[in-house]
Write a protein that binds this ligand. Structure first.
Ligand code: GLY
Ligand code: MN
Ligand code: MN
Length: 401
């Protein structure tokens, strides 16, 4: 792994080259959000901003003119006392951007651009790419756009380009993902070793994973861990993790570490005691589909063809279990996507590409969920698209029950 700042300098260079324009670029990090009282929500940086700077503190902005600038947030003396904050030289070291300015100086620099006749700037857009109905979005990008629109006629959304650039990852990014996967694998292995006799509650598994992740230097969880015993696995993103484990049955664990800002995303379904023959059969069907789908992945394969072929494989898996009686049964028993991109965000898009490209990292995560029988099984690995095929980055972690 190169020094972090070299990687982020490279990312800014990629953006400049791809854009091929001298017009100003303004990328805004997320602001801190209130959790309750004077407590803030645990902070995760906006992924594009992180990709360009490596800064995982709230309130910072990146301004790219002829020169590069980081715009530091105003932090009150009281906030500085209680919460600390990133110092200029720390921000410069992480990002490789050496000129740190205040918002007022940034405003003047943009005014100069305006005076020089510049009418178009590039900035982040309003909405997040993955919006759920009940989400409230971080206001940082909206506030920045509003300000920019007062000054410039044309504020172009640069996010589609950034998402595309982020979709094919470089070796430094792969190295962070590999590290996150290695630590996650340790966590799963140590849980598995104790599952037979030591663990009684889902939260013990969660605690054990968190312990291993932090003890091995990960920043923490890549996402809220899912530790779902028996029928709890039917809730796809079950995160309460407060139920007892059955004496005999299945335990679905979907959890991963984050390292250097990059995520792993791994699921295994393990046996506790003696599972039923049906549970074993469902697991075997998912496992068989899983490896058949991974085998499809290679550069140049159209995403639409990947989707069609993986649909066929999943339908065959359901058929083998007697679960595909009518067409709508397919989405009933397999109600989520087979894959998503993986990187700084745990769910990333493929950046508008229509085929697999070398350097992409994606999950493969078939699952079969049977509400009538209280059975849910998912297996998830992280796959790198190589020049000639693929590498299963999490393939060292056994998928068996
Ligand atoms: N961990 C969430 C997912 O697998 O997409
Ligand atoms: Mn996933
Ligand atoms: Mn997952």
């Amino acid at each position: 792994m190169e020094a972090a700042s070299a990687m982020f300098c490279e990312h800014r260079k990629k953006l400049r080259n791809a854009l091929n324009s001298k017009n100003p670029i303004i990328i805004t990090g997320y602001t801190s959000m209130q959790l309750a009282g004077d407590m803030a929500v645990p902070f995760i940086q906006q992924a594009d901003f992180f990709w360009l700077t490596g800064i995982s503190e709230p309130g910072w902005q990146l301004l790219l003119l002829e020169e590069e600038y980081l715009v530091r947030p105003y932090i009150s003396p009281s906030e500085l006392l209680f919460d600390g904050g990133m110092l200029d030289h720390e921000a410069a070291k992480v990002s490789g951007v050496h000129t740190i300015i205040t918002a007022d100086v940034a405003k003047n620099l943009l005014k100069d651009q305006q005076k020089a006749g510049i009418t178009k700037v590039y900035a982040g857009g309003y909405d997040a790419p993955y919006l759920k109905d009940s989400f409230t979005i971080n206001p940082a990008a909206v506030i920045a756009q509003r300000t920019l629109k007062r000054k410039f006629q044309n504020v172009e959304d640069i996010r589609p380009l950034l998402v595309r650039l982020r979709a094919t990852k470089d070796e430094n990014e792969h190295a962070y993902i590999r590290k996150a996967i290695a630590i996650t694998t340790k966590g799963f292995n140590s849980v598995r070793d104790t599952l037979a006799d030591l663990v009684q509650y889902e939260y013990e598994v969660e605690a054990s994973l968190g312990y291993t992740f932090r003890m091995n230097g990960a920043e923490g969880y890549a996402y809220e861990p899912i530790v779902a015993a028996g029928a709890n696995a039917l809730t796809l993103h079950y995160t309460r993790n407060n139920n007892p484990l059955p004496k005999n049955g299945l335990l679905l664990i979907d959890a991963a570490a984050r390292v250097g800002g990059y995520c792993a995303d791994i699921t295994r379904t393990y046996a506790i005691g003696t599972p039923t023959a049906r549970e074993v059969a469902v697991h075997a069907a998912v496992e068989k589909a899983h490896f058949a789908i991974i085998n499809l992945i290679k550069p140049g394969l159209a995403l639409s063809e990947y989707q069609d072929k993986s649909d066929e494989i999943m339908k065959e898996a359901l058929r083998s279990l007697g679960l595909l009686k009518k067409p709508e049964d397919y989405r009933k028993y397999f109600p989520h996507a087979i894959s998503h991109g993986l990187g700084i965000d745990v769910h990333e898009s493929f950046g508008g590409y229509t085929e697999f490209m070398p350097g992409m990292v994606l999950t493969v995560e078939p699952g079969i969920y049977i509400p009538e029988e209280g059975i849910g099984v998912r297996i998830e690995d992280d796959i790198l698209v190589t020049e000639t095929g693929n590498e299963n980055l999490s393939g060292d972690l056994p998928t068996g029950l």
